[in-house]
Design a protein around this ligand. Structure first.
Ligand code: SF4
Length: 521
């Protein structure tokens, strides 16, 4: 416990059978609803005080702003769903909220600075709106903990990556204390590890987005199956912010996917920091099939689920069983995000990435042999410390040979707290920019070639909903290409053939081929 700061002792309250929302603990004392009592006096909470703590009508509009990756998006959705179940409202407009939660990213220093800047601006709001609650969640909260208070002294909550499920309890506590007129001048900081926390990211919103917008029908869903990473890539902060690899029980994941399918979800994306490592400590291989592929097989067997995707894998996870799954499991979409990072074996070693360029190319070839239609995306870092022109050329050659449809190309930037931050021989910014541009040009060419080849063909598209204009509809092909077309709202959630008429680098435009698929009524 941080000295002098308020820490909500959620677990010990639960162990005492007390409502999570009833108390704040400071050192050995509990502040509950209307006063300060000794810890042992908690069992005397009256029903009216319990009501006060749990049924507060005010200060319940929450806005969540998410930075970073799909894992963060999914965590935010789970927090929003838990809050909604506790009576909070999720609102789209940050100016209309009582509670603003920033779910942060630490992947680069710049990502943290952006969130700190936003939080600094939001702190000012407390002057005009004293009840306003500001919380920082996720990776930056985990990475920086209470030290954030040096820059952000007025933040109310700092909640780490293993504590998302505690957010509703902490907010209940704050509301209860404020309603009771208690001074809340200190910050709740909770960044401890918690066994089993990976099992708590399971709630879904369904009828609205995490930014409070109504959804006509939820068609696709992310399902978190694994958290943390044990790989220690030299440039990456994730092992520090997300902890060790932890997998959810397979049965729980299947139950969640079944419930989503029962609600009309057609496409499931299995999510994890290193998703291909799923269950490797908890389940055995059966007949050469890894736990991850066993899980895919079980989700594949769920009626109603029509498409399965996953992200983010590690090249090391692409053994024969996973490659073969693309040939035999129809619902497994032919789209693989396969992080390359570098095409130079020396740089891969310096990055602590346990594969070679030759092995990477072998995986790509094997996947294309299993599924000729395969689409690929990747992550590449240019300008890793010490990367020579010849080493970049190796990356460029492999990048071109793999013919990616999509790529996230990063210029290396020092990430404080990672082993690579200690390396000398930094590549000058202008060289990084040149290398970045060279890969972007290749990507644009490859991507346009692929989409142009699709003009005139008919693709299976899952209709997801209206596009941004609200007038047309959008969906994706099995290869994850975004499509825009005219449709009837009743087709949301249907797999329909789309004749492609026009293509840009990233989007296909077409007309539905509706004969035989139009719904009655
Ligand atoms: S495998 Fe991915 S998440 Fe894990 S350390 Fe490497 S880059 Fe980071």
């Amino acid at each position: 416990m941080a000295g002098g700061r308020w820490i909500a002792d959620y677990n010990s309250d639960r162990a005492n059978g007390l409502p999570q929302s009833a108390c704040l603990l400071r050192n050995d004392r509990i502040i509950e609803g209307l006063g300060v009592v000794e810890r042992r006096g908690l069992s005397d909470l009256t029903p009216s005080r319990r009501w006060l703590a749990t049924t507060l009508p005010k200060v319940n509009r929450v806005h969540i702003r998410t930075y970073g990756c799909q894992m963060n998006e999914r965590d935010s959705e789970a927090v929003a769903a838990m809050l909604r179940a506790r009576g909070y409202r999720i609102v789209a407009d940050e100016n209309e909220c009582d509670i603003l939660l920033l779910n942060t990213c630490s992947v680069r220093d710049a990502a943290e600075q952006k969130a700190i800047g936003k939080a600094g601006y939001l702190q000012q709001r407390k002057k005009k709106q004293p009840d306003f609650v500001l919380g920082i969640l996720g990776c930056m909260a985990q990475n920086r903990g209470a030290s954030l208070l040096e820059q952000l002294p007025d933040v109310d909550l700092i909640i780490g990556t293993q504590k998302f499920h505690q957010v509703p309890g902490y907010l209940d506590n704050l509301r209860a204390a404020r309603e009771a007129g208690l001074p809340i001048g200190e910050t709740i900081v909770d960044i401890a590890e918690e066994a089993g926390s990976q099992n708590t990211i399971k709630d879904h919103l369904g009828s609205e987005t995490v930014s409070g917008e109504a959804v006509e029908r939820q068609v696709n869903a992310f399902v978190s199956i694994q958290q943390g990473c044990n790989m220690d890539c030299a440039f990456c902060i994730v092992p520090k912010t997300r902890g060790d690899e932890r997998s959810r029980p397979m049965d729980d994941i299947v139950v969640e996917c079944q419930a989503l399918a029962d609600r009309g979800v057609r496409e499931i994306t299995l999510l994890g920091q290193i998703v291909t490592s799923y269950g490797r400590r908890d389940y055995v291989h059966t007949d050469g099939i890894s736990p991850f592929v066993q899980l895919i097989e079980r989700v594949h067997a769920i009626a109603g689920v029509e498409r399965i995707r996953f992200t983010s894998p590690h090249p090391r996870g692409f053994k024969d069983d996973l490659v073969a799954a693309y040939a035999r499991l129809r619902k497994l979409c032919p789209y693989v995000h396969l992080p390359l990072q570098s095409g130079s074996n020396r740089i891969l070693r310096a990055m602590n990435r346990p594969y070679t360029r030759e092995r990477y190319q072998e995986i790509v070839d094997a996947l294309r042999a299993a599924q000729p239609e395969m689409y690929f995306s990747t992550d590449v870092i240019v300008g890793f410390p010490g990367e020579t022109e010849a080493e970049f050329d190796e990356t460029r050659e492999l990048f071109e040979a793999c013919n990616y449809d999509m790529a996230y190309i990063f210029k290396y930037s020092i990430r404080t707290g990672t082993p690579a931050a200690e390396l000398g021989d930094q590549v000058p910014d202008e060289i990084k920019e040149q290398r970045n541009q060279r890969l972007l040009q290749i990507l644009q060419r490859n991507s346009l070639r692929r989409t142009a080849a699709m003009v005139g063909t008919t693709e299976e598209v899952l209709v997801e909903g209206r596009d941004k204009s609200g007038e047309r509809f959008t969906g994706r092909t099995r290869g994850n290409r975004v499509c825009v077309f005219d449709a009837d709202p009743r087709l949301i959630g249907e797999l329909v053939p789309l004749r492609i008429e026009r293509a840009t680098v990233s989007t296909l435009y077409g007309e539905l081929v509706l004969a035989g698929v139009e719904r009655e009524g």
